[in-house]
Design a protein around this ligand. Structure first.
Ligand SMILES: [Zn+2]
Length: 493
């Protein structure tokens, strides 16, 4: 009898505790399941439409750096998260950037359709057109004895700033870059190179016009060019938000870019990543974390990872050491999607990341295989988005994407449906990249994958190699670590 009385007392005590637990201000520890289940398609959609409105209500109809649409996006993110002052420290970082303003180009005495280029200096120059061979990525591509000319170079492959510096070295007074795909070169920017950005005046023209000019020059006819360009310096913002709760010495850093290209509102690229992070950041405030969680929205990704690069460049060694893993999310809702994981262990593309990158890949594989029960593929860990500068700084990185201009294979069609032989996102960097053309079924899976990884690392970094495991482990060792981890993952389901 006494025993059961005691048990009743224990039950009563439990009920009391439970009553306390459901108070509004009570915060239980986060878990993958709790955070995942708090992410709803409707909330993502509503925010995607908001970003789309920021673009369509603005004069330039996009969210490119320096535009009203981008400023509104950044303000929306910061204002939303400032509503949780007890939970997050919200800061912005000023990133100096430059955007093209005007380009007036006269060729063979006629004014032409030319486009201003970011980071090109303002100036007026003239000279005869000289054609650069191949893609202008090698010194040998540049014509000899063409000092004082305006050089005509194809866009593509190597860093555009490198091409202009090589042109300058070969004696160019100015540069015309022609598109390497159909269409004009609106909103183009020179990507910066470590050697500096002491460029010559540069403007962009369409592929068709560029090819036509090559034919004329190759026909032996001199082509006089007069060009004047202007660009302007701007300050653009990275947004950094960190939980006040959690171990501040060990940070899971979750990020994506906030800017679009000039051509359209950029709702898949990368409104989908921006909105996923924002919604997860809002839902996370319901929970306690063990490790600090940092969210970043980078500016200037589309002109060469400028925001992320600036951020990493200004981190001290001690600050770099606090970031246990950087996760990057760019394009979460491609209409003809594939679930792609960055190949952090190099098993598919033989490009590994710093220790921890292989384990991040394994964590996402675990999510798709065992939780979402979806197929997945791997994509090359090539540094093509904001995680690039982190990899270079020796910080472990990982992430997932749904695909950009790449073409879906027959094998991927069998795995994900959609259409084989068609781009993952036919609207990639086009005006059709809006909220209408997102795949919401894919997006919710992707957003829950982000929620899973955020919650998992907010709880523990035990699945990662120990801190300061700076020695690059061999492929075989990385594989073994991944194998051991996946065995323990199976127990976690
Ligand atoms: Zn992007």
């Amino acid at each position: 009898m006494w025993k059961s009385i005691l048990n009743l007392a224990a039950v009563a005590a439990t009920i009391d505790a439970a009553a306390v637990d459901i108070r509004d201000d009570y915060k239980g520890l986060v878990s993958s399941e709790l955070l995942r289940n708090s992410i709803k398609t409707e909330a993502l959609k509503e925010k995607a439409l908001k970003l789309e409105r920021f673009a369509y209500d603005s004069p330039t109809k996009n969210r490119v750096i320096g535009s009203e649409g981008h400023a509104a996006t950044v303000k929306y993110i910061t204002d939303t998260l400032k509503q949780f002052p007890d939970y997050y420290n919200v800061t912005t970082q000023e990133v100096p950037l430059n955007v093209g303003e005007s380009a007036n180009v006269t060729i063979l005495g006629e004014a032409t359709d030319a486009y201003a280029v970011g980071f090109a200096p303002s100036g007026s120059v003239s000279g005869n057109l000289a054609v650069v061979s191949n893609l202008g990525c090698e010194e040998s591509d540049f014509p000899k004895n063409a000092t004082g000319s305006i050089f005509l170079i194809s866009r593509g492959t190597c860093v555009s700033g490198e091409k202009v510096l090589l042109a300058k070295k070969a004696g160019a007074k100015g540069v015309l870059i022609y598109n390497n795909i159909d269409g004009n070169l609106e909103g183009y920017s020179l990507q910066r190179v470590p050697e500096g950005d002491d460029y010559v005046p540069t403007a962009g023209i369409s592929q068709g016009y560029g090819k036509g000019l090559i034919a004329v020059v190759n026909g032996g006819i001199p082509v006089p060019v007069v060009m004047s360009t202007t660009s302007r310096d701007i300050i653009s913002l990275n947004v950094n938000v960190q939980t006040i709760d959690g171990d501040q010495e060990n940070v899971i850093h979750v990020s994506g870019h906030s800017d679009s290209v000039t051509q359209g509102p950029g709702i898949n690229d990368n409104g989908s990543g921006s909105v996923s992070l924002l919604e997860i950041a809002i839902q996370l405030t319901k929970f306690k974390v063990k490790n600090a969680v940092r969210f970043s929205w980078w500016t200037g990704e589309e002109i060469g990872l400028m925001g992320a690069e600036y951020y990493v460049k200004h981190l001290s060694a001690a600050e770099k050491n606090k970031i246990r893993l950087l996760l990057d999310f760019d394009m979460m809702a491609s209409p003809n999607y594939a679930f792609q994981i960055y190949d952090g262990d190099g098993s598919a593309y033989n490009l590994t990341g710093p220790p921890g990158s292989a384990e991040a890949e394994a964590e996402f594989s675990h999510f798709f295989k065992n939780i979402a029960k979806q197929n997945h593929t791997e994509i090359e860990f090539d540094g093509r988005s904001d995680y690039g500068p982190f990899l270079e700084a020796g910080i472990a990185a990982g992430g997932i994407a749904c695909g950009a201009e790449g073409i879906k294979t027959q094998e991927e069609f069998e795995m994900f449906g959609g259409a084989a032989g068609l781009a993952y996102d036919v609207n990639y960097h086009e005006d059709g990249d809006n909220a209408n053309n997102l795949n919401y079924d894919a997006w919710i899976v992707m957003a829950q994958a982000i929620a899973h990884s955020t919650a998992t690392y907010a709880l523990s970094f035990d699945s990662l190699p120990p801190k300061n495991a700076t020695a690059i482990r061999k492929r075989g060792e990385a594989q073994m670590f991944k194998y051991k981890q996946s065995a323990s993952y199976l127990k976690m389901i």
